[in-house]
Each structure stands twice: as C-alpha cells, then as structure tokens.
Design a protein around this ligand. Sequence first.
Ligand SMILES: Cc1cc2nc3c(=O)[nH]c(=O)nc-3n(C[C@H](O)[C@H](O)[C@H](O)COP(=O)(O)OP(=O)(O)OC[C@H]3O[C@@H](n4cnc5c(N)ncnc54)[C@H](O)[C@@H]3O)c2cc1C
Length: 561
Amino acid sequence: MDRGNGAAMVHLAQPSSTNHDYTHHISNKLHDFIIIGGGTSGLVLANRLTEDPSTTVLVIEYGHLDNNSSIPIPYNANFNNNRDLYNISSLPVKHLNNKPFPVAAAATVGGGSVVNGMFFDRASALDYDAWEALGNPGWGWEGLLPYFINLPPWQWPALPSFVDAFREMDRGIEFPREGSDGSGVGVFWVASSQDPATQTRSDARTAYYDPVRQRTNLHLLTGTKVETILFRDKVAIGKEVILAAGAIFSPNILHLSGIGPREMLREAGIEVVSDLPGVGLNFQDHPTAYLSWNLTRNTFSPTPQDLTTNATFNARAKEEYDLHQTGPYTEARGNTAAFLPLSNLLTPSQIASLLNHSTPPPPLPHSYLHGLQTQHTLLHHALLTPHSAALELPFKADPSSFVLALQKPFSRGSITLNTTHPATAPPVVDYNTLSHPLDAALLLAGTAFTRSYFSVPTFETLGAEEVLPGANLTSPEDLLSALTKNGLLMPSFAHPSCSNAMMPEGMGGVVSPSLEVYGVRGLRVVDASVMPMIPATHLCATVYAVAEKGADLVKERWGLR
Ligand SMILES: Cc1cc2nc3c(=O)[nH]c(=O)nc-3n(C[C@H](O)[C@H](O)[C@H](O)COP(=O)(O)OP(=O)(O)OC[C@H]3O[C@@H](n4cnc5c(N)ncnc54)[C@H](O)[C@@H]3O)c2cc1C
C-alpha cells in the first residue's frame, strides 16, 4: 500500500470479544470521522460532532460498555477498578529503586472518567497560559475557560480542623472560596464529577454518550483495537481520523502507523510516514509521595477509616446511600485539597538557591531540547510566583494516607516502541521520574512542609505522630532513600499526559494549535497526550475542556453545525 500523504483510514485488529454492539450498523458504510478511543475525550468529540445530523461518526473503542452497578457509587472510586484498566507495567524507574510500576490507563467506554477518583478541578490560569506561551495561540486560560464544566460535595466532621491547621501555619496560605476561577492555589473545596440529583458518578459515558446513543449518525464499535492508521493519497474514505486513545496509547498508535522518530521506526521495521521525533517524548505525570500520620487523641467520629475498619458503620452508610443518596458513600476520593505555591513552603532565598540548580542537557533530539528548555524556563517562572501550585496535598480527614503530589515536574519520560515486537508488545512506558534533581528537592521541601503542618496546635491537641516516612529520618538523603526503598514514592498520580505535545514542530511538538499532526493530513490528536505541560490539577476536567475545544476546531474546519 502507498503510504504517502493523503486522507487517513484505520486498520483494525480482530474484535477482542463478541460484545461489539454496533457492528451490524456500520458494515459497508463510510464515516466522515473515525474516532480512535471511546474514552473521555473520544466521547466528547463523538457527541459534539454528531450534533450536526449531516455528519457521521464511528468511534472505535478497545474496551467494553461496563454496566456493573458498582460504578456509579462515588465511594467505590476509592478502589481500583482493575477490570476496566490495561494490565501493563512501566520500565524499571532508575531513581525509584529500579522498580517497575503499574501504568494507569483505562480500557472501557468512557475511559479514565469511568475509573477515576472523581476529583474534578482546574489548575491556575498561569498553568494554562504557559501552554499558550509554548506557541499555542488560543490555548491559555481565557481560551479554555468557556470549555470547562463544574459540579458540587459532602464532608467528614474532622475536616474543618484539617483546614484550620493550614491557617495555623502562618505561611501566607490562601483560602479562596473557589479554586476553579483561575486562582487554583490555596486550600479549597474541590468539586466531584458527580450528578448532584442522584449522587452518582458522572462520566463521559453518562454525560456524553448515553443521552445521544440513539443518534443514527453515531456508531460505537466496542471490544475492537485499532492497530494502525493507514495513509493513501486521494482515498477519501472520510474527512478525518481523530486519535483519542489517551497519553499511553495515542503515541503508540502513531508509532505503529509510521509517525515518530525515524531511527526507532526503522529499527522496528516500520515504514516512515513522517519523521516526527517528538512523538512519545515529553511524557509527564505527577510523582506522588505517600506519607502517614496517626492521631493518638482523635476525638472525631465517624472518620473515613471507619468505612473500612467498622463493618456495622459501613453497612449503615451503604443503606443510607441506597435509601436517600446521602452520607459517606456520596464521597469519592475526597473533596478538599491544598494546592501550594513554593512561596508557602520556602523563603525567597531558599527558593533562589533551590532553583539555581543547573544540569547538563539530557541526550534528546535537538528540536525537542529547545522545547524542553523553554518549558523549564516557564516552570522556573511559575515556581517564583505565588500564582501557580508546586505541590498538591489532597486531604479527607484521614492522616493515615497523606498524599503529596509534585505539580511542576522537571523530569520527562517517554513512550516508545518495543522494537523487537512492535505490534504485539505493549508500548514501553518510561516514567524517568526524578531524573531531574529539582524534582526530588521539591518533594523533600513538601515533606518538610507536611511535618510542620502536623506540628501545629490543632494536631498537637489531636496527638499527631508521624508513622511514615518516620520521624527519626532527618537528612535529605535518608528521607529520599526511605521514600524510595519503602515504596512510598510513586511515579504516577494516574495522570499520564503530554506525550504528543502541542508545540511548534521546531520545538519537538507533535500537533499544531489546531491539534493536527505535523507532516500528514487528515489526522488530529485530541486527548491528554496533547497537553504540552502537565497542569497543577487532576486532569479530567482539563481533558474535557481540551476535547470540547477540539470538537469546536473540527466543526469550524468542516463547517458543521
Ligand atoms: C485510576 C485513575 C484515577 C484517576 N483519578 C482522577 C481523578 O480523581 N480526577 C481527575 O481529574 N482525573 C483522574 N484521572 C485522570 C483522568 O481520568 C484522565 O486524565 C482522563 O480520563 C484521560 O482522558 P483521555 O481521553 O486522554 O484518555 P482515556 O479516557 O483513557 O481514553 C482513551 C481510550 O482509548 C482506548 N484505546 C486505547 N488504545 C486503543 C486502540 N488501539 N484501539 C481502540 N481504543 C483504544 C482506551 O481503551 C480508552 O478507553 C484518573 C485516571 C485513572 C486511570
């Protein structure tokens, strides 16, 4: 087959099972748009594009429609729903004790929005403005704001004390009423992706697919894996292919289709359609430390721990939820967080000396190095202002698992091919966590801050005692070693992103501001992979916004209603 520039079509693997609801509708039909991946962004696009009855859309999704009754219950978001996740691991992470880690990638209709922890927030305006500064007009806060959506929460009795403890720190911490207005820093309530009328999970399937599944111009093929996108001059089988397979698999599908770094594609025996070194580079996530404190004089009841340790309380809570849709079962992984700028953690001189690190450039393609250096300059700028979060501490009145997530990582990972078995082996996921020394320094600053937090008068009264990493550990070396050796430091907060960066091609970018892939025609990427820099927030709301804006770009291009 001629694989030069031209219109795009896809090559399918055998369906992964017989559950492909709509196969009979699509035989012998041509579709205007083929969307690869019926996950979070894929279903937004499918909904929006089929608003115009004259256009036809086929969504091809590897996973299935999961109708299990446990999914809508917010409390169940506290447990991993493995049946709807890919079962793949990363490469061993050199700076995390050389261990491999599980990769968080959804495999179901609705994608990550069906399996996620339901935190539903936004980063600060400054984080999105950095996307625009990387050569993407219209992708700053003002350009994205019209595409964000929001929903409301429930609280544990101890929670106000956890908030008050931040007030006692005297570090200039902000307490905005609303964190979603572009401020994005401080201690605030976070919305959940939850329907307030039924207190059930709201996801891309319930919000974007179920209400419009009867549209005759929308077809969903489930249980089917797209292997490659084929390119052929002047074969107009459709207007466009839109890749929405997420940050792990979108770069993998591009590689398998001949779009990526020439050397790697040749080594894998794949014909090069477009030599695009940036595909799969720039991979990011939020590295996360899991700390633990015990409250020896806790006076509050009930606590979130009662749900797992007290069967009677759990049964009552479940009954309350079933009867009235109220109580603890309405809460997913929590609805409060501290998103802290570096100025809340360190003095100006400490910040200056921390950021004074210079490291030799990593061995990366020249064009991408230029993009990476520009990103590092923007990260420095963000860390010097009080308007962008360096660390997130989500909390839910349970100090036994206290999370510290790095929001401004300098390290970059990659998604590459297994060049020996490119078609059958999963993508090679290299988190490369802590490869830049600033990341470890920032996490250690966060650990020191957390220790100060649990020493304020409120926590003294409650008898707070450090369990992990352990109060006896004081030097940065001992702390870092304990965090990595004891498995308390994870490379991912389930936020894989940025592996097909929207940046100019000369900076190592993969897609243009219109989300079109450089070097070919008829192909866009619209999912978490196009973010150029990971924002300081959980990603789902941002993915919805990217997909909504992406849908508008496609509609504008083709004059759709
Ligand atoms: C366990 C977990 C917890 C999370 N918690 C939160 C949270 O609390 N709050 C928050 O805001 N964000 C959270 N996130 C992140 C957020 O949900 C994701 O960033 C977002 O859903 C990603 O959307 P996407 O469209 O890029 O990819 P996805 O929603 O993952 O969609 C990609 C889809 O493509 C399909 N696909 C892949 N390859 C192929 C192929 N070859 N052929 C056909 N189909 C294919 C996949 O099966 C998948 O359904 C979490 C994510 C996970 C996994």
